[in-house]
Design a protein around this ligand. Structure first.
Ligand SMILES: O=C(O)COP(=O)(O)O
Ligand SMILES: [Mg+2]
Length: 228
């Protein structure tokens, strides 16, 4: 397998277990990969969470957060935040009168609204479509996200690929959930960890045998033969 020129990697369910504890198995391989190519954290989680992971892994701090709603490029580089947060919050304010919704990280979110996974995705999606046809619900496995349809990790990666001048075809990406679908479809080498959703496995170039961090290590070993 050819060595990618950059890697985009999901956090929860990939580097970390479903309860957000990091899987230590993939830390050394990722830290050594960072010396060779840009490694970009791509998460549905908040920008401060993404940044902490980037700093701890020693990347150049380029991250995709809130499913592409917030992008940061490099230590002192640009930050791009879309203006869709207002619409998501408006829809949430209507929905919370009708359903038992529990927001997550409300004060830290700029672009989407994240909710605990205690309501039906179908029911939430149906009602959301009636309120605002530009909005959708995506399940990251950790949270349900009310987000604008025009943003996703793939669109975020497209912007980053232009800024850092690496073609999407030369990227690898690793993920576990439905919020990674667009990103995996867009890159040259899309990996789904063993614990990934069926929908993500369907669009992946490679479905890994191993789960979480062991899956990440398995993917890295496919192109970096000396990975620990
Ligand atoms: O839903 C979240 O906040 C995190 O999800 P992700 O890191 O798996 O994209
Ligand atoms: Mg995930």
């Amino acid at each position: 397998m050819t060595y990618p020129r950059a890697l985009a990697i999901d956090l929860d369910g990939t580097i970390a277990f479903k309860d957000s504890r990091i899987d230590p198995v993939c830390i050394d391989p990722l830290r050594s990969l960072v010396k060779d190519i840009p490694v970009i954290i791509a998460t549905g989680n908040t920008v401060c969470y993404a940044m902490s992971a980037a700093v701890l892994l020693g990347t150049d701090r380029t991250v995709i957060a809130e499913n592409g709603g917030v992008i940061k490029v490099g230590r002192d580089g640009v930050e791009i935040t879309n203006g869709y947060g207002e619409g998501c919050r408006r829809a949430y304010n209507i929905l919370k009168e009708e359903m038992e919704l529990e927001p997550l990280d409300w004060d830290q979110r700029r672009s989407d609204v994240a909710l605990r996974r205690n309501v039906s995705v179908d029911e939430l999606s149906k009602r959301l479509r009636q309120i605002d046809p530009f909005l959708e619900v995506v399940d990251s496995g950790l949270a349900l996200h009310i987000k604008d349809k025009r943003i996703n990790k793939g669109e975020g990666l497209k912007i980053i690929s232009e800024i850092i001048e690496v073609d999407l075809a030369d990227f690898a990406a690793i993920g576990d959930s439905n919020n990674d679908i667009e990103m995996l479809k867009m890159v040259g080498m899309g990996f789904a960890v063993g614990n990934a959703s069926d929908a993500l496995k369907e669009v992946a170039d490679v479905v890994l045998e191993n789960e979480y961090g062991r899956g990440v290590l398995e993917a890295i070993r496919m192109f970096k033969t000396d990975a620990v």
